[in-house]
Design a protein around this ligand. Structure first.
Ligand SMILES: [Zn+2]
Length: 208
């Protein structure tokens, strides 16, 4: 079975390493090095590699600054859905939006959250239903199984993995190469993924 790798949102703004605007815990040099080593290993072994990249306009709906009077991490209701209001992050073209791994490692980089009015935790589509090219690219390469890791376990890794399962891919999520915004929500997300049919691995060692 052909397997692809989806490296989720390894971007400066999500890391302590780059003092990101939305830095997730334990995303220091050591973590990024671990992600880089694993990603290079997949590359050397001939896997197709993909990265997702959060890529927001300055006035994105998910930024608290877009909603007068609201504070960072407040949760509002939008169209019947909960929306966490984040500090502005991964603004298109900014330093913090850069992927911290060499772009040459990837067959494709899929940008998400590019529309002002739609949130997009998933690498496959935003909450307005607009699809990215990820599913098409995976299909074109006849990939049936995806290995997913990155930031953040409880948001973009979770959403991307759940959508991959819904689309019929076998999913392997690498816990040790992922970091969550909240410990509890990350644990919950992993349980949810397990129940939905994903295989959860601590590291990539058992894959080879
Ligand atoms: Zn975002």
């Amino acid at each position: 079975m052909k397997t692809g790798v989806i490296v989720t949102d390894i971007q400066g703004d999500f890391t302590e390493l780059k003092h990101g605007f939305l830095a997730v815990k334990e995303t220091d040099q050591c973590f990024i090095d671990k992600v880089l080593t694993a990603t290079k290993t997949f590359k050397e072994k001939g896997f197709a590699l993909f990265a997702t990249q959060d890529w927001h306009p300055k006035n994105h709906i998910s930024f608290y600054t877009t909603h007068p009077g609201k504070k960072a991490f407040e949760v509002i209701s939008r169209n019947g859905k909960e929306q966490v209001l984040w500090p502005p992050h991964c603004v298109q073209g900014s330093e913090g939006a850069k992927i911290l791994l060499d772009g040459k490692l990837f067959d494709a980089i899929v940008r998400k959250g590019t529309e002002v009015e739609f949130e997009s935790y998933s690498g496959f589509h935003d909450d307005g239903g607009n699809q990215t090219l990820l599913h098409h690219i995976l299909q074109a390469k006849q990939i049936e199984r995806v290995i997913i890791y990155g930031i953040a376990t409880d948001y973009c890794v979770r959403a991307t993995a759940l959508d991959a399962l819904k689309l019929g891919y076998q999913v392997v999520m690498i816990k040790g190469l992922s970091r969550g915004i909240g410990l509890e929500t990350a644990e919950k997300a992993i349980e949810e993924l397990r129940r939905a049919g994903a295989e959860i691995l601590e590291s990539i060692d058992s894959l080879f």
